[in-house]
Design a binder for this molecule. Sequence first.
Ligand SMILES: [Fe+2]
Length: 292
Amino acid sequence: MNHSPFHPDNESAYQQWRRQKLAQVPASVEQLIVEVKDLKQPAAAEISAIAERCGRSNMAVYATHGDVDKQALMTFAACFGLKRLDRNEGADDVGITALTVSDDAGWRKTYIPYTNRAISWHTDGYYNTLEQQIRGLVLHCERAAEEGGENALMDHELAWLHLRDINPDYIRALMQPDVMMIPANEVDDKIVRPDRTGPVFSIDQHGYLHMRYTARQRNILWKDDVLTQEAVAALQELLNSESAWIYRATLQPGQGLICNNVLHDRTGFSDSEQHRRLLYRLRFYDRMKSVA
Ligand SMILES: [Fe+2]
């Protein structure tokens, strides 16, 4: 882990990684798109094209035209080492979540992902335990909305790079194990999830960077020190900017995002009878396999 460029004290590894990283940032979201003929049997060239993009920017957008079912999505994800699904509430019995505007009057009504409202910047599963962090994510579009539902995407390594360049102490602040706390979720006086405390940035056992973040203002407690406050403000400023590192895309039917849980948001949308947005979400405890 000490050899990782993401270790805040590792100046020479950082500088070397930084040069390489900046030299290969995709100029536009189009460069992230890879056509895949059959998700159940992706060709070797399709797999390596996706892996190459993920190696550069932790994400790719695949586009397919054939029939896609849940099994195909799992088979496809497994080609990249994404196998252990997180079974969050709302997921089906294998762990796939259908994100669509919910008509039922149950708990989904109170969760923004099941509404047509905008969702601010976040990485998925920031409220999970540290042992069950979401490292890989697939978001497959079955049907697009009549209007809206655009995702902004940003490689979390670039957010890290930006903050480190401003002040390496921002990184140290955001790596504190108690920097971000999500208070318990209580429903009808019952605790359905206890408090979750953890870092924003962490380094996994292989030296890769993981990010746990939400831009929401309510129901989140940031550590009350000056550096943390400054770091969080600098991050928000970046995410609210017109940075060329932010890609914007509205997934079309047959398209999907496959990524190492990069930063993303969603604009609000409106459905029509013929265009009722439906996305399948697969959250994994695995990170995508890297290519040499
Ligand atoms: Fe998300």
